[in-house]
Write a protein that binds this ligand. Structure first.
Ligand SMILES: [Zn+2]
Length: 270
């Protein structure tokens, strides 16, 4: 049985209110042993904390998403730091820049991102980075405010951007986008990246893989991204699963390792 980690999901969203247990059961049946729940706004810090208290196989992150940057304040930074003292918070995110949507003033986005990078550095936590139409600037802000460990969530760039991310020690988050027919440049970049810097994610309920595009995504569908990545790398699926799970633990640490053990135990019982 393969062992996978979904390093980026939003199972706390109302999209899963009617069938969350069934979604988790399907994830376990598909080989998913742990999930990182991404708390991207104050409302989502509460809902991901609830999720973590219900499911030992889930850990969480806290941060302020760039689309919510208008809520930014010094007080909010203090609250993120307080939330991050929970031992099952494994990172700061998702944070970054989004110049594709104009939900928040770019200047406030830059400040919120830089401050959260500095917080992650101080707390020695990895960051989960969201970027749209801001490839170069996101790296520049990390350069100025790091060093920090982290993942470029939903990697959808080419070899050039992959090289920039990898130079900064970042991991690349591989999900549904890598499976899309039009994503040839993404797969080319993933073929060239070191295997020990790749982790898997779904971004559920968003970004369902090729063949399911437009429908609700869920952690069980991570297998599609894993298969695509194994094919791109020319390795067996179980070897790819082992490598990406090891990488996820290297990035997110002991709390994720404990979540994986509990996922394995639950699978064994169920
Ligand atoms: Zn996300």
């Amino acid at each position: 049985m393969i062992s996978l980690v979904d390093t980026h999901a939003h199972l706390d969203l109302p999209d899963f209110d009617d069938d969350r247990d069934a979604v988790i059961d399907r994830a376990l049946a598909a080989g998913v042993r742990a999930v990182v729940a991404i708390g991207f706004s104050p409302e989502r810090w509460v809902s991901t904390a609830e999720l973590v208290s219900q499911y030992p196989m889930i850990v969480r992150t806290v941060g302020l998403h760039p689309n919510h940057a208008s809520e930014w304040s010094e007080d909010l930074l203090t609250r993120i730091e307080q939330e991050a003292s929970d031992p099952r918070v494994v990172g700061i995110g998702e944070i970054g820049l989004d110049f594709y949507r104009d939900y928040a003033d770019p200047e406030i986005q830059r400040i919120a991102f830089a401050e959260q990078v500095r917080l992650a550095r101080r707390l020695n936590l990895p960051i989960v980075i969201h970027q749209r139409n801001a490839e170069d600037e996101v790296i520049e802000i990390i350069e100025r405010n790091g060093p920090v460990r982290g993942v470029m969530h939903c990697f959808s760039g080419d070899r050039r951007f992959a090289a920039r991310c990898l130079d900064f020690g970042l991991y690349l988050g591989v999900g549904g986008v890598a499976t899309y027919k039009s994503s040839e440049a993404v797969r080319d970049a993933l073929a060239a990246a070191p295997l020990d810097r790749l982790i898997l994610e779904t971004d559920a309920p968003y970004l369902a893989p090729q063949g399911r595009r437009g429908s609700r995504n869920e952690p069980a569908m991570i297998v599609r991204a894993a298969e695509t990545l194994a094919e791109v790398r020319g390795i067996e699926l179980d070897a790819l699963a082992d490598a990406t799970t090891r990488n996820a633990v290297a990035l997110f640490g002991g709390a994720l390792a404990a979540a994986i053990r509990s996922g394995e135990a639950r699978r064994a019982c169920g």
